[in-house]
Design a protein around this ligand. Structure first.
Ligand code: IMP
Length: 408
């Protein structure tokens, strides 16, 4: 069975925790896109693990994790991360593999990325990890893949410094190399999770272009870059937070205008720990944008939603969510492609009552406060998508499962 998990907003929705939680029932986790720009945080027994390249199933000793064909991999970052895991007692040897079709991030890309962004009239605010450069070279057919490093001598478009650098990593990378499609075929009767990075609104096609990342964060990416075809996908889960955040620049219609001390924006950032896992940057905060979420559900065939960070709203008297936009005097419920339209969009907000009690220890849907359930049921109705899992805290066990994704 193949279950795909993607972010349904601008990344940082809590995918790491959800993949980690659902990996208990999977044998294989394939991360299909992105690179060291991602930051998936998992809290286990009070210890915090920050993963950037390694798929989130790694914390279980018996799971195989695979870096898929759509990933762009910086070996220095990867082996640094594996060393950190080893130092925390996680034995990864023999169960971390890399698709031979994945591309490499060479040392110069990071600086090129930062310089290119600084030159832009309106910088994107990239993570500076060389991601856009690696994907641009891939698209222009000048990238270097894991499959190519068997024969570094034959790589004619590689400078002497990069060639030497690659020789350094070759012997560590090659034992991890697999043919992903063949591997999955030979492990036919397994349950697999396909883990997306970033989110639907940062996807190169479906996102708020050009303020996006350069990879496929959409569900279709699992098919193009995860070693399976589209018809092999059994379920698509979209993870979203009770509110919205965004790191870097770009339109964000529900962003809180007031970010001064004591504001709701600062409150959410503090309680939700909304700081970038990769860059440490404070995340921009705003109310949940249901117009954007419904769009993400539609273009990704999301059949179940996963709501996270609901507990961040525990202390609020009331809060709002966006159900439409006013754009130049016109009302719309559709998510526009035009950055100009998104920048001037005035959200139409609906008010919800808070529940004013801690929900961190709640383990069943029926035990959630009525006002929390009313919020959840409104989201389901608006997006026409059931919410099957609700996260009420960062620990693995702070999770309410209404329906397991492993049931066909
Ligand atoms: P890049 O992926 O480094 O090129 O950055 C492009 C945009 O995507 C920037 O706005 C980043 O802040 C954002 N971004 C990239 N990766 C993530 C992520 O994992 N979570 C949230 N935002 C991200």
């Amino acid at each position: 069975m193949n279950v795909v998990i993607i972010g349904a907003q601008w990344g940082d929705e809590g995918k790491g925790k959800i993949v980690d939680f659902l990996a208990a029932d999977a044998q294989i986790v394939v991360r299909f896109s992105g690179g060291a720009n991602a930051g998936h945080t998992i809290v286990l027994g009070g210890e915090r693990f920050a993963l950037h390249l390694v798929p989130s199933g790694i914390l279980y000793p018996d799971k195989t994790v695979i870096l898929g064909s759509g990933m762009v991999i910086d070996p220095e970052a990867l082996f640094g991360e594996l060393r950190d895991l080893e130092n925390k007692g996680i034995d990864w040897k023999g169960r971390v593999f890399i698709s031979d079709r994945a591309h490499l991030v060479l040392p110069g890309y990071r600086e090129m990325d930062r310089e290119a962004d600084a030159r832009r009239a309106k910088p994107i605010g990239t993570t500076g990890k060389g991601i856009g450069i690696a994907y641009a070279l891939k698209a222009s057919r000048d990238g270097i893949r894991i499959a190519d490093i068997d024969n570094i001598e034959r790589l004619v478009n590689l400078g002497s410094e990069d060639r030497e650098w690659l020789f350094q990593w070759k012997d560590r990378l090659l034992p991890l190399k697999i043919d992903l499609a063949a591997y999955l075929r030979s492990h036919r009767n397994t349950w697999r999770l396909f883990e997306g990075a970033q989110g639907a609104l940062l996807d190169i096609d479906t996102g708020t272009y050009p303020f996006v990342s350069s990879g496929m964060s959409c569900a279709a990416g699992a098919a193009a870059q995860g070693g399976i075809g589209p018809r092999a996908i059994d379920r698509v889960l979209g993870v979203f937070k009770a509110y919205s955040t965004r790191v870097g620049n770009g339109p964000f219609p529900t962003e809180f205008a007031d970010d001064s001390p004591g504001s709701l924006s600062q409150y959410i950032r503090k309680v939700g720990n909304e700081y970038g896992t990769t860059t440490g940057r404070p995340r921009r905060c705003g109310y949940l944008d249901l117009v954007a979420l419904r769009y993400a559900c539609a273009v990704n065939s999301i059949d179940r939603l996963v709501l996270t960070h609901l507990d961040v709203y525990d202390a609020l008297e009331e809060f709002e969510a966006c159900i439409g936009y006013h754009i130049d005097g016109r009302l719309t419920e559709d998510f526009p492609a035009s950055i100009g339209d998104l920048e001037v969009a005035q959200p139409v907000l609906r008010t919800f009552k808070g529940w004013k009690r801690s929900i961190g220890n709640t383990r069943t849907y029926g035990d959630l406060p009525l006002n929390a359930r009313e919020y959840i049921e409104f989201i389901e109705e608006f997006t026409e998508t059931p919410i099957s899992i609700i996260s009420v805290g960062s620990d693995r066990n702070q999770t309410i499962v209404r329906e397991s994704p492993w049931i066909r």
